[in-house]
Design a protein around this ligand. Structure first.
Ligand code: GCO
Length: 255
């Protein structure tokens, strides 16, 4: 039995990019804490398969298939949720891509796509969710940042800039939406075992660098982020806003 402050029973959470990876881990954690979850992704087949896997575990799961880079699709998805009587109490802006290339070789189109998906989408989905949360006088927005919200790594400039923007967007949301009863915070994952990082994990030099640079001397597991997500989604964080919490094995805190 969890502490009542962390109980999400009766709440609905929309998690973008949640058919796999970190987003799926957030969805599983929130569902385990009692929330109904709305999974999102662009691939409807993969999304439905993920939803069914979670339903088979006994969780209450809906799906909302839309591309977070498509504003019209986002607006339509929220209107469909309105029509279905589904109120989003918790939004996890997780969807994101990585694109590794030195800036001197980087096409502007590739720069723009990363910024669009990793930053602008969080604003658009956040705005649509907050319009509805504000009417109810309560809501939780959880943006997913990165170690690159604070520190730059060569060859991932657009991702770094977008994630730095996520940190400041979170503060901007806190500034404007606090009086509406909405808390806006962020999670900064460390180097996690995900598909997006597969090439890094399989690179012996990079693997050694991560383990040497991380006080806990290992990569993180997606499910190790669930507790921070549950905390920021719950009444336990009702007076916390504008913060970014790093779950990174200590990496951001050491030289
Ligand atoms: C990279 C990685 C990182 C991690 C994470 C670290 O190429 O350096 O993809 O960006 O995914 O963001 O916090």
């Amino acid at each position: 039995m969890s502490h009542p402050l962390f109980d999400l029973t009766g709440k609905t959470a929309l998690i973008t990019g949640s058919s796999r990876g970190l987003g799926r881990a957030f969805a599983e954690g929130l569902a385990q804490a009692g929330a109904r979850v709305v999974l999102n992704g662009v691939n409807a087949e993969r999304l439905e398969a993920a939803a069914q896997e979670m339903r088979d575990q006994g969780f209450d799961v809906l799906t909302a298939a839309f591309d977070v880079a498509d504003e019209a699709a986002i607006v339509a998805a929220f209107e469909a949720l309105d029509t279905a009587g589904v109120d989003v109490d918790i939004l996890v802006n997780n969807a994101g891509i990585q694109f590794r290339k030195p800036m001197l070789e980087l096409d502007t189109a590739d720069w723009r796509r990363v910024i669009e998906i990793n930053l602008t989408a969080a604003f658009v989905v956040g705005r649509e969710a907050a319009k509805r949360m504000a009417k109810r006088g309560r809501g939780k927005v959880i943006n997913i940042g990165s170690l690159t919200s604070e520190l730059a790594r060569a060859t991932v400039a657009p991702y770094t800039v977008a994630k730095g923007g996520i940190k400041m967007l979170t503060k901007a949301m806190a500034a404007e939406w606090g009086e509406k009863g909405i808390q806006s915070n962020a999670i900064g994952p460390g180097y996690m075992v995900t598909d997006m990082n597969e090439a890094l994990i399989e690179n012996p030099e990079f693997d050694a660098w991560v383990k040497g640079r991380t006080p806990m001397r290992r990569w993180g597991l997606p499910e190790e982020l669930a507790g921070t997500c549950i905390y920021l989604a719950s009444d336990a964080s009702n007076y916390v806003s504008g913060q970014i919490i790093y779950a990174d094995g200590g990496m951001i805190s050491v030289l």
